[in-house]
Design a protein around this ligand. Structure first.
Ligand code: NAP
Length: 476
């Protein structure tokens, strides 16, 4: 079940939020701490909310200490919850450290299930496992909302499922490291997951449309194969949109999840626990994962960096689809002689893959980089020439293809890594930066009449190849 946390300040606003998201969710959480419960009209709408909405509702009045807004007395909170309960609700969320015997009896008598929650914004409390078992033994539903501070915590959270032997519980991993526990909530043994239009407390909560349409989180079952992106950061990535829509189109039971990874070794441990089928790798882990691969393709060994990993029998196999993705875009022009010489701007990881791809196809390469030593090192290992980026103007009109492989221009449409490198119109210009789509160098290339390869073209080309490695099928 996907549960929509309603963050409106009035019940009218909450009705609108629910109406907008009704097709994505099957239940809702009503946060009394965000509402004016002293207003009789609001209280009347609160009471009839479950009836009016037609879906099960969790009634909550969250204290400030638990991440909510209620800062009145416990007596007051008790009385608000008691009054609201009169309307009839499927669930009431009461914290572990609040004893409200009368309210609890009243809730039980009305058929309202008690969710017994505990929140920890610093990490996973040591007694989490035993606390969950004790709550379950009382016939209540435990809810643990705990901060996940790294992949190791995610492994600990996953183990809760193993200890709970299939009984009802709600497990929420908060923070950016906890996002996989939200998407994969059914694999983590949680009976439901919250989603919200707003992430007010930076808890990593996802929107209803992301949970339902992008990740199909409520359809994930024990047969669903998990794929993902390993990097830091990962929240900006377009890869989940590429892969999940591909899986959906070919009806492949799989999900692609962004994994924020602080420690590659721990991630491999987690990947074994979850039997992850494969993953993409991005900055800064493309080199750090190499020692964990049982097999590597030829180009990974040559470039020394890997962006695609798939499970192959008992081991992990690495390949580099930046390399093949780029080649797929220029192969024909190399074959028919249109591309014989290249300038690569940059000497980082992406420039490295492209330099090897071009040199392996016998294209002459010149590397221009801000830091000369890095240009020199890459040039020596690929048998290319090099120079400082400052001297770019000397090479105007001297190459068939110019590949902009620095991060300059990312989120800044006016930044140009080599403004003095003049374009004649006969070159192909490729900018690896894909956001914005029209960078400064791409606009110059358009104005000069050059053939253009956008960063998005490469992103998709390498993504399609990854999809093929993951599923064995062509991208639809
Ligand atoms: P990286 O390893 O960190 O390398 C960054 C490169 O950018 C280095 O050559 C660095 O020069 C240069 N650079 C950074 N800031 C600069 C500045 N202000 N002026 C001049 N040069 C500067 O990163 P990467 O993995 O190679 O990625 C580079 C870009 O390609 C990123 O924007 C990435 O998103 C994009 N990319 C896109 C795709 C795609 O599919 N479209 C695939 C891979 C990468 P120094 O050596 O002097 O520091």
């Amino acid at each position: 079940m996907l549960c929509l946390t309603l963050t409106g300040q009035t019940m009218e606003e909450n009705m609108e939020i629910l109406a907008r998201n009704r097709s994505f969710v099957s239940m809702a959480e009503l946060r009394l701490d965000l509402l004016d419960c002293e207003d009789p009209k609001q209280m009347s709408l609160i009471k009839s909310f479950e009836h009016d909405s037609g879906i099960p509702v969790i009634l909550t009045c969250r204290r400030k200490t638990d991440g909510g807004l209620f800062d009145g007395s416990e007596r007051k909170r008790n009385s608000i919850l008691r009054k609201a309960l009169e309307g009839g609700f499927s669930y009431i969320d009461l914290e572990l450290d609040t004893k409200k015997a009368e309210l609890e009896e009243y809730a039980k008598a009305r058929g309202t299930r008690i969710i017994r929650s505990f929140h920890d914004f610093s990490g996973i409390p040591e007694n989490t496992f035993s606390t969950i078992s004790k709550i379950q033994a009382k016939g209540e539903i435990p809810k643990a909302a705990v901060m996940i501070n790294g992949i190791q915590d995610l492994i600990t959270l996953y183990k809760v499922r193993e200890a709970s032997s299939g009984k009802e519980m709600i497990i929420v991993g908060m923070g950016q490291y906890g996002v996989p526990s939200r998407i994969l909530y059914r694999k983590f043994g949680s009976m439901l997951m919250f989603c919200s239009e707003k992430d007010t407390g930076n808890t990593g909560i996802l929107t209803p449309s992301a949970m339902k349409q992008l990740y199909h989180a409520d359809s994930i079952d024990f047969r669903t194969t998990v794929f993902g992106l390993v990097g830091n950061p990962v929240s900006h990535s377009m890869s989940p949109a590429i892969h999940n829509s591909g899986f959906e189109k070919i009806k492949f039971n799989a999900v692609y999840v962004p994994f924020l990874v602080d420690n590659v070794r721990s991630f491999f441990h987690f990947a074994e626990k979850l039997q992850i089928g494969g993953f993409s790798v991005t900055i800064p882990h493309k080199i750090a994962i190499l020692p964990y691969l049982g097999r590597s393709s030829r180009e990974v060994k040559q470039i020394g960096s890997c962006n695609t990993v798939v499970r192959e029998g008992a081991c992990w196999k690495g390949s580099n689809t930046d390399y093949y993705g780029f080649l797929s875009l220029v192969e024909n022009d190399i074959a028919n002689g249109k591309i014989q010489s290249a300038i690569i701007i940059g000497a980082g990881g992406a420039a490295r893959a492209i330099a090897y791809a071009l040199r392996n196809r016998k294209v002459n390469v010149l590397i221009l980089n801000r830091t000369l030593e890095k240009a020199k090192a890459l040039a020596e290992s690929t048998m290319s020439s090099y120079d400082s980026l400052e001297n770019a103007s000397l090479y105007s009109g001297k190459a068939d293809i110019i590949v902009q492989a620095t991060s300059v221009g990312m989120n800044d449409e006016d930044a140009d890594a080599a403004p003095n490198l003049k374009l004649t119109g006969h070159e192909t210009v490729c900018d690896l930066v894909y956001s914005p789509a029209e960078t400064a160098i791409i606009r110059r290339a358009q104005a000069s009449g050059c053939r253009i390869i956008h960063g998005m073209d490469l992103l998709l080309a390498q993504g399609y190849l990854q999809f093929e490695s993951f599923t064995g099928f062509k991208y639809p």
